[in-house]
Write a protein that binds this ligand. Structure first.
Ligand code: GLU
Length: 431
């Protein structure tokens, strides 16, 4: 069982999408189910509507989930298991106030040492705990031994008891922390393989420790994906527009191209251009590089053109919201544009009324009359000859007005190449 577990706390990031994608691919490869779990337990950080947005985005990318869970629906289980850990003396109530802990954290920071829990609440007797009326959190007791796990990309990772520390599993408001809710849900949902971002590398031993403390001994496999860097070599962040999946879609990148790019990133693949279905045939997470990968929008742009060229007519109609008769023109224009709105603009301009500058108005008018009244030949060569004959003009003198008349722009692709795609409509186009 695989899962993608986003928090509805912000725009979906390309890093999140990559995680969803890899989980989906691996689930398909091993014929297992794929769960979407919305991790909404941090109420203060949730943003209304983000859960729906996540679902919409996954759907646009063809990532289908077999089951949807809302993490907060599992609150009763989180509380029950926290209670069990307390009863078994694997966890303890901690009455230290937030202010006390904050100032200790500050001090640790000032002294340049990692903060560790220094409270003594794990030594309180049952009686002291029962008699204390202060608000409390629940913390795990520090493990006695090193915790290790194997990461499919990074190899074996070891964490000392100090790295794990007495971490909080239930907050003052009786809601679970991320580590606790996640550990419990992965156990209850029988997750067998967890693929997630590198930022969770040090959460994994805590989650393993929680499950082991509850007597759960089933092995879970892990792969933590290396981070994605921006063009400056820094971790890509929310401030980089190109990190937002919504932004990329708005710019006119195709889901197919984004998927292709994310699979290619820091990976060894048998080919450069492929579909999701093809990637399912050969994708192997072990081929991913251990080092961070740099996000290169130029490469994505190039893949976008390539995908527009190979996409089916039906899909292009859907993506561009244009009639099927424009499909060949759309593909033709990938020679000078890469994004959906850019290409759409150029194609629609051909079919709309043109504003022609004074300089070319007269000659354009004459050309228009000729074209409307002539029989349109099949080849551009003949078309050109015919016009030259009628006009008694040299080629260079009618090229610009003809270009303006057809495309509405004073630059663009070779008219001789464009001709085959527009000749059937040319009378309508120059009107
Ligand atoms: N909600 C966590 C996140 O979005 C999930 C991490 C995980 O996959 O466990 O980072």
């Amino acid at each position: 069982m695989y899962r993608f577990a986003p928090s509805p706390t912000g725009d979906m990031h390309i890093g999140n999408l990559r995680v969803a994608l890899f989980n989906y691919i691996c689930a398909k490869q091993s014929n297992e189910k794929f769960i979407l779990r919305i991790e909404d337990t941090d109420k203060q950080r949730n943003i209304d509507g983000k859960d729906e947005e996540i679902k919409e985005i996954l759907t646009k990318f063809g990532i289908k989930w077999d089951k949807l869970y809302i993490q907060s629906d599992n609150l009763k289980f989180h509380r029950e298991f926290a209670h069990k850990l307390l009863m078994d003396k694997k966890a303890f109530c901690c009455f230290c106030s937030q202010e006390e802990l904050e100032s200790k954290k500050e001090l640790a920071k000032k002294e340049n040492r990692p903060y560790r829990y220094e409270g003594a609440c794990d030594n309180l007797s049952d009686k002291e705990v029962l008699n204390c009326e202060k608000p409390f959190v629940i913390r795990m007791k520090k493990p006695k031994r090193t915790i290790k796990y194997i990461d499919e990309i990074k190899g074996e990772l070891n964490f000392s008891p100090e790295d794990i520390d007495n971490f909080v599993i239930m907050r003052f408001d009786k809601t679970p922390t991320y580590n606790f809710a996640c550990a419990i849900d992965d156990m209850l949902m029988d997750i067998t393989y967890i693929i997630r971002g590198e930022d969770h590398t040090s959460n994994t031993p805590k989650q393993e420790y929680i499950r082991k403390s509850l007597g759960y001994n089933k092995d879970i496999k892990y792969a933590h994906l290396p981070i994605i860097l921006n063009k400056h070599g820094k971790k890509i962040s929310k401030r980089d527009d190109s990190s937002s999946v919504k932004w990329l879609l708005e710019q006119g990148f195709l889901p197919e191209a984004i998927i292709n790019y994310l699979i290619l990133l820091g990976n060894k693949t048998p080919k450069e251009i492929f579909s999701l279905d093809e990637a399912i045939e050969w994708f192997d997470i072990k081929n991913l590089s251990k080092s961070p990968a740099k996000f290169d929008i130029k490469k994505l742009t190039q893949l976008n053109r390539d995908h527009i060229k190979i996409t089916s007519n039906k899909r292009l109609v859907e993506l561009f919201g244009l009639d099927e008769k424009y499909v060949n023109l759309i593909k033709f224009y990938t020679q000078e544009a890469s994004l959906v709105p850019e290409i759409k603009d150029k194609v629609l301009k051909i079919y709309s009324k043109k504003e022609i500058s004074d300089e070319f108005k007269n000659s354009a008018e004459i050309l228009r009359n000729i074209i409307i009244n002539m029989e349109i030949p099949n080849s551009f060569e003949e078309f050109k000859k015919e016009i030259m004959k009628l006009l008694n003009l040299k080629e260079e003198n009618f090229f610009m007005p003809l270009r303006l008349l057809i495309t509405g722009l004073d630059y663009g692709p070779e008219l001789g190449e464009l001709y085959q795609y527009i000749k059937d409509d040319i009378k309508e186009i120059v009107k």
